[in-house]
Design a protein around this ligand. Sequence first.
Ligand code: HEM
Ligand code: SF4
Length: 563
Amino acid sequence: MYQYDQYDHLIVRERIAQYRDQVQRRLSGELTEEEFLPLRLQNGLYMQRHAYMLRIAVPYGLLSSKQMRMFAHIARKYDRGYGHFTTRQNIQFNWIELEQTPDILADLASVEMHAIQTSGNCIRNVTSDEFAGVAADEIIDPRPYAEVLRQWSTFHPEFIALPRKFKVAINGALEDRAAIAIHDIGLTVVKNEAGEIGFKVMVGGGMGRTPIIGTTIREFLPREHLLTYTEAIMRVYNQYGRRDNKYKARIKILLKAIGAEEFARQVEEEWADLKGTEETLTLEEMERVIAYFQPHPYETLEAIDPRAGHEDNKAFANWLGRNVKPHKQAGYAAVILSLKKTGVPPGDATAEQMDFMADLADRYSFGELRVTHEQNIVLADVKQSQLFDLWKEIKAHGLATPNIGLLTDIICCPGGDFCSLANAKSIPISAAIAERFDHLDFLHDIGDIELNISGCINACGHHHVGNIGVLGVDKDGSEWYQVSIGGAQGNATAIGKIIGPSFSAHQMPEVIDRLLRVYLRERTPDEKFVDTVQRIGIAPFKEHVYATPINEPGRLVGEDEYA
Ligand code: HEM
Ligand code: SF4
């Protein structure tokens, strides 16, 4: 993986020194909270409901075991023993003391990590496919390009005060596992007819208040122009993006206002000045970066059936079927460690689990781990012959729940338990649903389904693109939940449709149950939930969910105005 060079080390060290001084001045009262606010946000430190929250970037989700151990150390020494992996391949710590933040950042720097640009109106952590480099359907490994974008965007003087935050995702495979369509810029590696590598460029996707799927503005961008073309997009946005209204400030609104064609025209015009300048990616520069992402020293192995010898072990078979993914290299597999055990908030890992995962990475997977945007962890390079031993080990640590892609593999934001922007709690909703459907046979029968929950319209939990999306809303101080269905991520990204008036927390598990009953009744063989919704529409689901009141003293379904 990428290692810091002298410049990376220097800028991170200098930033910590500056920040240490800023914290000192805040503590002595020399700086007011108002003056300090932008300074701390530039270092990923938010004030949340109970305490400070620190967000740390994991570039394109790739972590060394040493870095994961550092997270465990931070969780143990400075927090309450756990951390929260997010949908943007970051980690958040929720119980941080201001006084300790310079030391935390110094600890992070010692393992080449930081919290710079995890907040504010700048280019945020560039995200990618968690199986980058090992996926069987990959055209090329997108991570060197993500790394180039990271280096280019970190402290880019022109783009540190954009109209709003800016999110870039990059995918190198046929299947989109990086949610590119809901990013400000979504890049897909493509090959043209001449066999040359380039990018399909999508712009203007995003969720939040106005969910929009990105539009392709260029079908093929030769790879050497990645930075100059991205810069042209950023310049148009920086100049014309709205700064008068926070809710209309994202690039998606600009694109919508002037039309994608006009936007693309302006980008091309801007690009004409930039094309061929010194930011063009030379072969030497790319080779320098690609060298950090060379495949690991794989052994030459025969592909085997990992089930052989364990034919009677249904639990192991379930886990293989759900949590183990194919690998480019014969004899290897990618393993997803589920952070979705019932009773644990999605994406949370304890210090003990983090240390353990780091240890697993060293023993089974060349010392590397990846964070997925579904809030799980991947060991990307496990020998098939070791899968059974690995499974036995992780089972004991609550990381082998065979639920990847199933109903209980819920994406969930921290919601009202932590987040000061929340309208409603989200973790207890995910817990109640996970508990109600904590029955593996039933879950496996339902098959692939994505349930995403956000505690407010900001959509950190990706509810818009959940096959079932749950959004917390506030009504006269009480918490309600609006449900949408038919959303999807990946190649067929779609925004879900709201089924009707919202529900109380208490009603939510029954709502999910009713939605599933319609699916089980209507599905054709091998049809996924989302495909059934797309085929028959939302009406049959709506009808069944609202047919009879869901029992709750004092409240009836349908009385809520947030339909
Ligand atoms: C608790 C601290 C958090 C705060 C204060 C916060 C704040 C926000 C805000 C204000 C937005 C709306 C931005 C906009 O539409 O321009 C947003 C969107 C988002 N946040 Fe968070 N968030 C937090 C935690 C998280 C977590 C834990 C995740 C991942 C689980 C996350 C991932 C996202 C994503 C994916 C979006 C949608 C972005 C888009 O439309 O492009 N955030 N967040
Ligand atoms: S969706 Fe809302 S409640 Fe959830 S983390 Fe984002 S800002 Fe907070």
